[in-house]
Structures are given as C-alpha cells and as structure tokens.
Design a protein around this ligand. Structure first.
Ligand code: ISL
Ligand code: CA
Length: 565
C-alpha cells in the first residue's frame, strides 16, 4: 500500500451553523471557526471537512446551494473564508469543502432560468418530465424527505425531479454543459487553495434511463423508495472518470464520496488506488445495524443492534478494500444521531463508552472522521415540542406520520429523539455559560441542556477527559505506522460483547480489546495470538501494567490497546 497523507490524517467535520457564533446573531459563522483554530490545533486533527458555507436559502441548512462561488451571508464573506483557510493552513491543517452537485437550490440562477419555459437554454440543466396520462407524477419515486420526488411547475406545465426537498431540484448530469460547469467550479475552488472535497450523495448523479417506477417496498404508501434507480446508475463511473481527468488529477488533494446504497464492488472500483476516481467513500452499511431493513423509512423504525453484525460489516469492508482502496471510519455525522447515545451509554457510562468508541474508530484501518462535539462526548437531545426542531426532514416526517399514518405525537417524538438529524445539530458546548458559550444571542436551535457538565472548557483542562483521550489517540496515530498501515484481523467474531482484533505491520503488532457493553465479560485470548511481551499503549481505565493478558475480565465499556512483541 502506498503511503498517502490522507491515510495518515484524522479529519474533523465542522457543521458551521452549529459550531461557533462570533457576532451574536445566534448562527455559527466563519469568524467563529477562526476563533477556534487553536482549539482544533490542540486536538491535533489534520483536516477539516467543512459542511456547506455557500450561498443558500437554507431549506436544508446549506445543502441547497444558490451560488457555488459565494459565501452565505450569515456565515461571512469570501474574505473571511480566505482568512479561515490561512488560519488553518498556518497551523498545518488542511481544508476540504462539501461538494453538493447532485442538486442545487431552486434559487440557483440555473433553476430560475430553467423553470421559465420549456425552450429556455437552461431547461435541460434539470430533470423535467411530463405528467403520466392521468396527470399524476412521472413515476412513483418518494423523496428522501417525504412525499413524491416530483414537483409540478404550473407555469411550464411539467414536473421536475427532486430526490431531497422540493427546493432541491436534481441536476441533469446527462447534459455535458452541467458537467462542465461543475468541473469549472471545482477548479475555481482548488485554485483558491482548498485541499479536497467531500462529495454529497455522489453516487446519485446517474439515474436509470427512462426513470422507471420503483418496486413496491411500502404497500401503504403511494410513493416508493427508488435507490435501485437513482443510486449507482449506469453512467456514474463514466462521470467520475471524467471529473478525475478534468479536475482531480491535477491536484494533490483528498476526496471522499458520500455513497449510501453503494455495493462493495462499486466501492472497490471507485476507490481503487490504480484506476479508481476517489480516495475513499463513506459506506452506510454499519449505519443500518439498528434500522428495520427494507425501506428508507427504516430509519424511523429501529431495532436493537448486535455487535456480531457490526463486526461482520466492518470486517467485510476492511477485507474487500484491502490492497485495493481505502476506508473511511465514522460512527456519526450531521445526519446521524450522536454515537455515544446510539452505540454507547450516555448516562451511566458516558465517559467510558465515549472513549471506547473513540478507541475503536482510531485503531481500525482507515481514515477516522470526528464530528464536532464527538470529542467531548456530546449526546442526543430530547426536545418535547416539535417546534424546537429545525430540520426539514424532521418536520416533513412529523407531518406525514401524524397526519397520514396516524401515529400519536408521543410516538413520533420518540422516533425523533432516537434518529432525528437535529441530535447532531445542537450547538457545540464550549463552556458552562448561557447557551454553552456558543453565542451571546439566541441560538438558531436550542443548546443541549447538559452543557453545564459536558463542555470543552472543562474537558480541555481535565487530563482524564474525553477530549484529552481523543488527543492522545490522534497523537498515537502520528507515532505508530502500524495504526495507519497495519493489517487488520478479527478474533472472536461471534462474541456478543467483545470486539477483539489485531493490527500488524512487519514486526509491529497491536492488540485491541474492546468491551462494547456494560457487562464484565471474561476474555480468554485466542491461542493464535502469540507474544512474548506486551505493553499497554492506551486504555480508558487504570490498568496494572504487569497484569497477564492471556485471560482477564474487562470492565464496563473498557478499551485497551497493547503493543505485542
Ligand atoms: O439522513 C439522511 C436522510 O434520512 C440520509 O439518508 C441523507 O439524506 C443522505 O445521507 C444524504 O445526505 C446528504 O445529502 C442531503 C443532505 O440533507 C444531508 O445533510 C447530506 O449529508 C441532501 O443534500
Ligand atoms: Ca453569527
């Protein structure tokens, strides 16, 4: 495997609206990021992935872009952006931008033109279709955010496609002019100094020709989830190859594709170090371990997750990508609930389980992604009024579930508490002052009331904190090649509580022991793991260094990493 800076890096995701507000208007902004550059540097991360900061009417918090080459007013100016890039670069931190090119905002000038008439030169920048004979939508696809994926435009008497909200029309990638506009825009940012892109829903840009009806997955619903027709379409690899040739090849950058519903063979092809197009992808299989299988609405129907299933998925991705491409490692982001609430115990074992999950992510093979506040063990939130939520997905779902599906308010709120995206979007908790020190004004979304106990100020100075544990994990990665490049091998795949694996590179070997639950299971080390000497590298409990490791009892959520000789 080739050495690459992006394999050795730890990425930190900033969701700017919720990160830090510098001017008291209640909305995080670019100057707010600059204020925290030293904090990021102290944590030791190498790359910032910045969620969208482009001009946007904010129907989907910036994932609906109306100008790719302007900064959203609420976030600042292009001068602020340049200053932020310098502030990061001065500290040796790279910046990757979010590239959202499956769709634009309906306020993008291309769409404003496109909807004017059927013969407008921009008409074909988007996906317009006639109604079916009976006047209904061109097909039965459901949008990610409830209802039909088609919106009727009265003036020009056709429907346009939107996989997300009706204010996020899908671009028509079959049109070479659209592709050229996108490539030019990417080059423009690269020339400005960005170090790469995270590509939003990039495997959705090619759709099945003819846009046929999707198969019925939810018999109660008129509209059906259509991943078989919008994900991994026939021209996807061709478009990525073109993008690589025209743009990516000319820069030393890092690229990561967001790719739900991506078959592992396609991930191999996409990230192949020789002939692929992107450095890595975010696969989603492990995000479904607690979802009811079948439809996308499974997101709102959860089940108890099982450790053997998580091990199987993660080990499969390791094995399949080994020697071909590279994996990204994440357990949460701005679309997912907080990892300590979902996979740990945010009450009785908050600190221990947050550190356990951190140990896991930072010792697997791949590039770890930290989502803002994760390094503090920030948790899910429970607002009782639906009005306190801001996410368009939550509001659409609440309406559909209470009005059309007949669920009670209490029932739907419980679902939102478990899986809603706003769990991740409450402001970062900087200190124990009003609103967690996020803003001097009224925050755009309420702060999690636990900011008095969970906040950065307290954790930066506490050597035992989650923050300082992350810091330690990140610095270990810088010292030990085996953490980055070592081969992964899983032991005890069926064990329901323990996740045990080794990493090996030449004569360097690591042994990782993780107790994922609150029991105290006994670990009898498999005989294949041979060693003459062992030394502890990191752990989330005090450990007697002389203790034998051939057989031991692990404490609730205990994590240990040993170096074996
Ligand atoms: O959280 C989800 C909705 O239930 C995901 O399925 C999510 O919509 C999907 O991963 C795509 O996410 C990305 O594109 C969306 C945007 O809303 C998300 O924030 C973004 O990460 C549309 O741009
Ligand atoms: Ca602000």
């Amino acid at each position: 495997m080739k050495r690459q800076w992006w394999k050795e890096a730890v990425v930190y995701q900033i969701y700017p609206r919720s990160f830090n507000d510098s001017n008291g208007d209640g909305i995080g902004d670019i100057q707010g990021i600059i204020e925290k550059a030293d904090y990021l540097n102290e944590l030791g991360i190498d790359v910032v992935w910045l969620s969208p900061v482009y001009k946007s009417p904010n129907d989907d918090n910036g994932y609906d872009i109306s100008d790719y080459q302007k900064i959203m007013d609420e976030f600042g100016t292009m001068e602020d952006w340049d200053e932020m890039l310098d502030a990061l670069h001065d500290r040796g931190i790279k910046l990757i931008m979010d590239l959202v090119v499956n769709h634009t905002s309906d306020e993008h000038p291309w769409f404003v033109e496109s909807r004017k008439s059927k013969d407008n030169p921009y008409r074909d920048y988007y996906i317009w279709r006639d109604a079916k004979q009976d006047g209904s939508e061109p097909n039965n696809w459901v949008s990610f955010f409830s209802g039909s994926a088609w919106e009727y435009d009265r003036k020009s008497e056709q429907y346009f496609l939107h996989l997300f909200t009706k204010r996020q029309p899908d671009l028509n990638w079959e049109n070479p002019d659209v592709r050229e506009e996108v490539y030019n825009m990417m080059t423009w940012w690269l020339e400005r100094g960005v170090d790469g892109f995270r590509m939003d829903v990039i495997n959705n840009i090619s759709k099945t020709p003819g846009l046929p009806d999707a198969s019925v997955k939810d018999p109660q619903s008129t509209y059906q989830f259509a991943a078989e027709h919008f994900a991994n379409g026939p021209r996807l690899m061709e478009y990525l190859a073109e993008m690589k040739e025209q743009v990516l090849n000319h820069y030393d950058i890092m690229t990561v594709g967001e790719t739900a519903f991506l078959p592992i063979e396609s991930a191999r092809q996409m990230t192949d170090e020789q002939n692929g197009f992107l450095n890595m992808v975010f696969q989603f299989e492990h995000m479904a371990v607690d979802a009811k299988p079948g439809t996308h609405a499974g997101k709102w129907e959860t089940r108890q997750w099982e450790l053997p299933e998580l091990k199987e998925i993660m080990s499969k991705w390791d094995k399949e990508m080994d020697g071909v491409g590279w994996n990204s490692l994440y357990l949460n982001n701005h679309d997912q609930p907080r990892q300590v609430s979902r996979f740990g115990d945010d009450k009785r074992y908050h600190k221990q389980s947050a550190k356990l999950l951190a140990t896991y992510l930072h010792t697997m093979k791949g590039t770890p992604y930290i989502y803002q506040g994760e390094e503090l063990g920030m948790t899910n939130v429970q607002f009782t009024a639906v009005e306190d939520y801001r996410d368009v997905e939550i509001h659409n779902m609440y309406k559909e579930y209470t009005e059309e599906r007949g669920y009670s308010h209490d029932d739907v709120m419980k679902r939102i508490w478990t899986t809603g995206r706003d769990n991740a979007r409450t402001p970062v908790q900087w200190d124990d002052s009003a609103h967690g020190g996020f803003t001097s004004g009224e925050p755009w979304i309420k702060v999690n009331p636990n900011y008095k106990v969970i906040n950065a100020k307290q954790q930066v100075r506490d050597p035992e904190s989650i923050f300082n544990y992350y810091k330690q994990l990140i610095s270990l990665r810088k010292q030990e090649d085996v953490i980055v490049y070592g081969d992964y091998e899983l032991y005890l795949p069926e064990h329901k509580e323990l996740y045990v694996f080794t990493r090996a590179l030449k004569d360097e070997r690591l042994l990782v022991m993780l107790n994922f639950f609150s029991g105290e299971p006994e670990l009898k080390l498999p005989e294949e793991i041979t060693y003459t000497d062992h030394s502890l590298m990191i752990s989330n409990y005090p450990v007697n260094h002389e203790e034998s490791i051939s057989s031991l009892k692990l404490r609730p959520y205990e994590a240990r990493v040993y170096k074996l000789k």
